[in-house]
Design a protein around this ligand. Structure first.
Ligand SMILES: NC(=O)c1ccc[n+]([C@@H]2O[C@H](COP(=O)([O-])OP(=O)(O)OC[C@H]3O[C@@H](n4cnc5c(N)ncnc54)[C@H](O)[C@@H]3O)[C@@H](O)[C@H]2O)c1
Length: 260
C-alpha cells in the first residue's frame, strides 16, 4: 500500500497485545497490509482467533499471559529471534471478567478490582518495562498504550440506566493510571529515543442493545459510537515518523465526548 513515507510503517516490527480483541484485530491487519512485521500476542491462542488474517512470515503468533513478567520476557526474546528487533509496542489488552458491569462502587468486590487492575494497569507497566528496555538498547522505539475516555472523565451512570451494560470503577481507575504511566515513561525516556504515547478511544459499536445506543447517541456530539477502523489512523500516526516529536501525549479519538 503506497503512502506518504513519513507515515510509513513498512519493515517495522510491531508487537501488539490483545491482538485477538476488537481493536487488536483491526490494527494487526492494518500493520500487515502496510508491510510491517507483527508479533500478535494474546492470552487466547491467536491462531484460532485470527480468521482471515494474513498468515505469512511477517506474522508471529504468541500466546502469553502478560500479567507474568517472565512470559513477557519470553515474548520479547521470541520476537528478537524472529525479527531481530522491536520498533513498536501497541498495548491493546484489557480484561472483562464476569461481573464487569457491576457499577456500584460502594459494593464493588475487591477480587474484581484486583483482577481488572492487574491486567489493565500492571500488565501495561510490565510490557512497557520489558519492551522499553529492548527499545532503549536499540536507541529507538515507539510505545502506544490504549487508555479510554473513562480514564479522562468518569463513566456516566445515566448511560447505563434501563440496559444491562455498565462500566466499573476499576476500569476507570486503571485507565487513568495508563494515561499517567504514559506521561511518566514519555518524560523519562524522551532523551533516549523511546517515545511513549496513548490513545483514548470511546465506545466502539459492537452489537450493543438499543436502549444503550439511544442513550449514547443523545450524549455524543457526533450522535454515534465509533467503528474499530476509526482508531487505526491514530495508531499508524504514533507508530510512524509522522509523530517523531510526540511523547507523553494522550491522543483523543472519541467523537468529542470529552469536549463538552
Ligand atoms: N472497544 C471499546 O469500546 C474501547 C473503548 C475505549 C477503550 N478501549 C481500550 O482499547 C483496548 C482494546 O479494546 P478492545 O475492545 O479491542 O478489547 P477486547 O476485549 O475486544 O480485547 C482485549 C484482548 O485482551 C486480551 N487479554 C486479556 N487479558 C490478557 C492477558 N492477561 N494477557 C494477554 N492478553 C489478554 C483478551 O484475550 C482480548 O483478546 C483496551 O485497552 C480497551 O480498554 C476500548
Amino acid at each position: 500500500m503506497n503512502c506518504d513515507p513519513v507515515f510509513s510503517v513498512a519493515g517495522r516490527t510491531v508487537a501488539i497485545t490483545g491482538a485477538c480483541g476488537l481493536i487488536g484485530r483491526a490494527i494487526t491487519e492494518a500493520f500487515l497490509q502496510r508491510g510491517a512485521k507483527v508479533a500478535a500476542i494474546d492470552i487466547v491462542p491467536v491462531e484460532r482467533r485470527s480468521g482471515s488474517m494474513y498468515d505469512g512470515d511477517r506474522l508471529l503468533h504468541l500466546t502469553a499471559d502478560i500479567t507474568s513478567a517472565e512470559a513477557i520476557e519470553h515474548a520479547v526474546e521470541r520476537i528478537r529471534d524472529s525479527f531481530q528487533r522491536v520498533d513498536v509496542l501497541v498495548n491493546s489488552h484489557h480484561y472483562k471478567p464476569r461481573g464487569f458491569t457491576e457499577a456500584q462502587p460502594e459494593t464493588f468486590p475487591e477480587e474484581l478490582w484486583d483482577a481488572i487492575v492487574e491486567v489493565n494497569l500492571k500488565a501495561t507497566f510490565l510490557t512497557c518495562r520489558a519492551f522499553g528496555r529492548a527499545m532503549l538498547k536499540q536507541g529507538q522505539g515507539s510505545i502506544i498504550n490504549f487508555a479510554s475516555t473513562y480514564g479522562v472523565v468518569s463513566s456516566n451512570p445515566d448511560l447505563y440506566e434501563g440496559n444491562t451494560l455498565g462500566n466499573p470503577i476499576a476500569y476507570s481507575a486503571s485507565k487513568g493510571g495508563v494515561v499517567m504511566l504514559t506521561k511518566y515513561l514519555g518524560a523519562y525516556w524522551a532523551e533516549r529515543g523511546v517515545r511513549v504515547n496513548c490513545i483514548t478511544p470511546h465506545g466502539i459499536e459492537n452489537g450493543h442493545e438499543t436502549a444503550f445506543l439511544e442513550r449514547f447517541r443523545a450524549k455524543s456530539p457526533m450522535r454515534r459510537m465509533m467503528r474499530s477502523d476509526e482508531v487505526v489512523g491514530a495508531v499508524l500516526f504514533l507508530a510512524s515518523d509522522a509523530s517523531s516529536y510526540a511523547t507523553g501525549s494522550n491522543l483523543l479519538i472519541e467523537g468529542g465526548w470529552t469536549a463538552w
